[in-house]
Design a protein around this ligand. Structure first.
Ligand code: FAD
Ligand code: NAP
Length: 491
């Protein structure tokens, strides 16, 4: 046993010594450790930043691979247009992308253009940070057959300019009532976009075609429906406050929905939930009608969606009432509910299902938990695939704000550097061609990759277009047009 331990630490010592030799003593240029990060959202960028911080003198190159021709993931395509301050992280991401050891390679779909295993030809270490791109489904009648029923993913994609959602065209001029199923922050984003004065939205980077449709909107009532109670909502205080403060919009929370909540219950809550509950209670108390209120939003608790009704266009949703399995658990975030057989039909002409996202297995070779929509991993190390790691939503599930991804990325970068330094990775001395090899392979498959400089041409074009309309940017909605603009030398 002792011999075994001594031999392992001796081997690890050798590797450490040879890594430091690579980095400091060799007269020929050192052969770098080639790393690629799949996905250019917050998880991919912050991980890259932390790897650069921790690598010290170790020679590494990091390529950020992205399936879209544009970087930034949900920062570009998810974050609401009226949250420009959140999008400021793009300045940090640009600095990272322009670091001398970093290369952005866009328009390369891993698992499609290039198989995951093929990445091993070019890289020593592969980190998957490709997010959660699929919407959860209700599996109820009417969900996929009726017009004007959308997932929040598609609705958000429509107002945020995702090319595949450009043709969505929700019909907002045929109804005065929208139902949003789910009580998370994405549900609140969708509600805000439907309720905000269009002139305010016109100053954001929301697409012109979304603005055109919102200008015609007759929607005055937005009802958010949750299957559990007021103590289990998953939206957060900042987003709730924004909704309560919208110009010309009245909050319609009902006193009776909150009467089980007493001070004793509130005192026992953790701070974020306590403040959120207090704001809901305050909103109930001050529910005086605003002068000139033209639009209204409602929270309906304890209702599970059962059926979406209509002939061709949605006309109503049937909800079955629920109640806590154990009333003592009323304030518990993990509260279980049961249905009580009472069906209520809520008339509406638009339904947005905002019930969360999950990740997909991009390659059959990848160990994957299909139920949870995450890569199988132990502390970000992918099961049975040495040299492969995951981070962000695809590693932990579709929850958490950007700050949480930032915090996680530091831990993950440290784990990867520890694995390198402790000699846990086998092939670090094999010479690999990195991005050059990958780009050649993509080219042989008729795929033109996009560099960060290419993206900057498109960025400049979008910004210029936006400026002429008093907006920070007008997004290009067509992939061919995007590719054309990235190859244009003076766009
Ligand atoms: P993503 O941001 O989704 O990035 C994944 C990237 O991988 C994408 O660019 C994708 O195109 C790419 N990719 C996918 N598959 C492949 C593939 N096969 N090959 C190559 N590339 C691939 N958080 C906040 O803090 N503030 C907000 O205001 C906010 N608003 C949000 C609004 C919405 C609608 C949503 C859904 C989330 C919001 N969040 C917000 C949460 C935040 O966006 C996430 O925490 C964060 O984006 C997760 O980062 P990620 O890098 O794991 O995933
Ligand atoms: P979420 O916070 O998980 O909310 C999903 C909602 O859908 C919950 O209310 C959930 O209720 C409900 N739901 C799930 N399955 C359901 C079903 N079958 N039937 C009925 N209701 C169902 O997800 P999200 O809103 O998509 O947000 C994802 C993450 O992004 C979150 O962490 C969020 O904070 C973050 N985000 C942040 C911002 C911001 O900071 N401004 C903006 C957008 C998103 P239960 O609780 O009962 O499961």
């Amino acid at each position: 046993m002792l011999t075994h331990v001594v031999r392992r630490s001796f081997t690890s010592c050798l590797i450490r010594r040879s890594l430091s030799t690579i980095s400091s003593q060799s007269s020929s240029p050192p052969s770098p450790i080639r790393i690629c990060v799949v996905g250019s959202g917050p998880a991919g960028f912050y991980l890259t930043q932390n790897l650069l911080k921790l690598r010290q003198s170790l020679p590494v190159t990091i390529d950020i691979l992205e399936k879209a021709p544009v970087p930034f993931g949900l920062v570009r395509y998810g974050v609401a247009p009226d949250h420009p301050e959140v999008k400021n992280v793009i300045h940090t991401f640009t600095k990272i992308a322009e670091h001398e050891h970093v290369r952005f390679i866009g328009n390369i779909h891993i698992g499609n253009t290039v198989r995951l295993q093929e990445l091993q030809q070019f890289y020593h270490i592969v980190i998957l940070a490709y997010g959660s791109s699929v919407e959860r489904t209700l599996n109820i009648p009417g969900e996929t057959t009726l017009e004007n029923v959308f997932s929040a993913k598609d609705f958000v994609g429509w107002y945020n300019g995702v090319p595949e959602n450009a043709q969505l065209r929700p019909k907002l001029d045929g109804t005065d009532c929208a139902v949003i199923i789910g009580m998370g922050n994405v549900a609140l984003d969708c509600a805000r976009i439907l309720l905000s004065p269009v002139d305010d939205l016109a100053k954001t980077d929301i697409t012109d075609q979304a603005l055109d449709i919102l200008r015609q909107s007759r929607i005055r009532h937005v009802i958010l429906v949750g299957r559990r109670g007021p103590m289990q909502v998953s939206f957060t205080i900042k987003e709730l406050r924004e909704l309560t403060k919208l110009n010309g919009v009245q909050s319609m929370l009902k006193k009776e929905d909150f009467q089980e909540i007493d001070q004793n219950m509130i005192d026992k809550l953790e701070r974020p939930r306590k403040r959120l509950t207090e704001l809901m209670l305050k909103t109930v108390r001050t529910n005086q009608t605003k002068d000139h209120a033209e639009r209204f939003w409602y929270l309906k608790f304890w209702r599970r969606p059962r059926r979406i009704n209509g002939k061709t266009m949605v006309e109503s949703v049937d909800f079955e009432h629920t109640e806590p399995v154990d009333r003592q658990q009323f304030a518990n975030e993990n509260l279980f509910v049961k249905e009580n057989g009472t069906i209520e039909t809520v008339p509406c002409g638009l339904v947005i299902k905002s019930i969360g996202y999950y990740g997909v297995q991009i390659d059959p070779w990848l160990p994957f938990d299909k139920e949870r929509g995450i890569i199988l991993n132990q502390q970000n190390r992918i099961d049975d695939r040495p040299g492969f790691y995951c981070t962000g939503w695809i590693g932990r599930g579709a929850r958490g704000v950007i700050v949480e991804t930032t915090t996680e990325s530091h831990t993950v970068a440290k784990r990867i550097m520890d694995d390198i330094e402790q000699g846990r990775l086998q092939n670090l001395h094999d010479a690999k061609s990195g991005g050059d090899g990958l780009i050649s392979l993509a080219k042989s498959r008729q795929v033109r990759c996009i560099s960060y400089d290419d993206w900057k041409k498109l960025d400049a074009h979008e910004t210029k277009l936006g400026l002429s309309k008093g907006k920070p940017r007008e997004k290009i909605l067509n992939i061919d047009k995007m590719l054309e603009l990235t190859s244009n030398s003076n766009s």
